[in-house]
Every structure is written in C-alpha cells, then in structure tokens.
Write a new protein. Structure first.
Length: 60
C-alpha cells in the first residue's frame, strides 16, 4: 500500500526502516532522502511506525 503518494513511499518500506532502527516517521523520510510534501501521509506513517516498532524492538 502506498503511504505517501508524493514520494511513492510504501508501507513495506516503512516497516523495513523500523526493522533497521528508525523510530519516527520523519527519520524514515530522511533515510529515504525525501521529506513530506503535502503532509497528508504523516498520521498514517506515524501509525505504521508505532505499530511496527514493538515487533522489532530489541528485548529488554
């Protein structure tokens, strides 16, 4: 599923970035070399990052 049409950012990409250590949506955009343009994607991107984070967090 596309999360950000402006940057052609997919949900799969966000989840992979979380697995690699990204902890917020803006960091994900930076790692991909882009930035939010219209901003409509930010709430969805934020939700995906927060949902994916516990699954990939290192054990305490």
């Amino acid at each position: 599923m596309f999360v950000c049409i402006c940057n052609a950012l997919r949900e799969r990409q966000l989840r992979e970035l979380v697995r690699d250590g990204v902890r917020c949506e803006r960091e994900a955009y930076a790692r991909l070399g882009c930035r939010p343009r219209c901003g409509l994607c930010l709430p969805i991107a934020r939700r995906i990052v927060r949902e994916a984070e516990p699954a990939f967090a290192p054990p305490a």
